[in-house]
Ligand binder design. Structure first.
Ligand code: ADP
Length: 263
């Protein structure tokens, strides 16, 4: 099941990213197809290059059908924003995460005491957690500890986290931390880790789209992401998603309603 889940999530990640360029690609392929057809018509039927042109046309048609497929996948992956609690997302993934990381990794999930309501797409957040967990698993071939934590934090108030996180503007956030005790990254890898298609994994194992997808999703919901990693010391990814005002106000509304209803 976890294999299937991982595969589906990879496909979705690929689709989402590729969908963006597939549209432009399709237009370019249409130009190639049109001109190739024109040349085929204009050339003498007996011309020795007719066969080559037919090959070009067939390849362009195959490519066009591939981009059409990618467009379908990516459209299916369109975001549906709802107010959700990040802790529920992580809690709901417990079984899938354990299955995905396997028995040799000690998985610790910690959830904070207060609500972590954010405006986001649930499937996308699951993808974020799963991509980070799979990277952690891959970095801990000989076993290790994977910690996943979701909690509400305040950044910026006196004595807060702000000094340690200059890149995160002051505010209230749902924070997701995924950390591992794995191989870690050297400077070169760390600086390129979010690049689409950058991977250090063997062919067929890595797509280089995992962290790029995570980054895209976090930015889509106006969040921030920080990566700390040292070779031999493990990796820590912190994601800050703004707490939803809508969630807070509906909680206030509920509290006010309860006060009114109280005798
Ligand atoms: P992929 O996992 O397909 O390689 P990613 O974008 O998820 O693509 O990761 C890019 C690269 O960043 C990986 O190939 C790996 O070198 C490095 N990396 C990502 N996460 C970790 C981690 N938790 N520990 C060590 N290296 C990592």
């Amino acid at each position: 099941l976890s294999e299937e889940l991982g595969q589906a999530q990879k496909m979705e990640a690929v689709g989402r990213l590729a969908g963006g360029i597939a549209h432009d690609y399709n237009n370019l392929l249409a130009i190639i197809l049109n001109y190739t057809s024109l040349v085929i018509e204009e050339l003498d039927e007996q011309s020795p290059v007719q066969k080559d042109l037919a090959e070009i046309k067939r390849a362009a048609q195959r490519a066009a059908s591939l981009t059409r497929q990618l467009l379908t996948v990516s459209r299916r992956g369109l975001a549906q924003p709802v107010v959700l609690d990040l802790r529920d997302v992580v809690r709901g993934m417990d079984g899938a995460l354990r299955a995905a990381v396997g028995g040799s990794i000690d998985l610790a999930i910690a959830l904070g005491p207060s609500a972590c309501r954010v405006l986001a797409d649930a499937g996308q957040l699951e993808q974020v957690v799963m991509n980070l967990a799979l990277n952690a698993r891959d970095a801990m071939q000989g076993g290790g500890r994977l910690s996943i934590e979701a909690r509400a934090v305040r950044v910026g108030a006196a004595g807060s986290l702000h000094d340690a996180h200059p890149a995160v503007p002051p505010g209230r956030y749902a924070r997701l931390v995924v950390s591992d005790t794995g191989s870690g990254m050297c400077d070169d890898v760390r600086t390129r880790a979010f690049e689409p298609f950058f991977t250090t994994k063997p062919r067929g194992k890595g797509t280089g789209l995992g962290l790029a997808t995570v980054y895209g999703i976090v930015k889509q919901w106006h969040g921030h992401i920080e990566l700390a990693s040292q070779p031999g010391q493990g990796t820590r990814v912190e994601i800050y998603l703004p707490l939803s005002a809508r969630g807070a106000s509906s909680r206030r509304a509920r509290a006010a309603h309860q006060r009114r209803a109280a005798p």
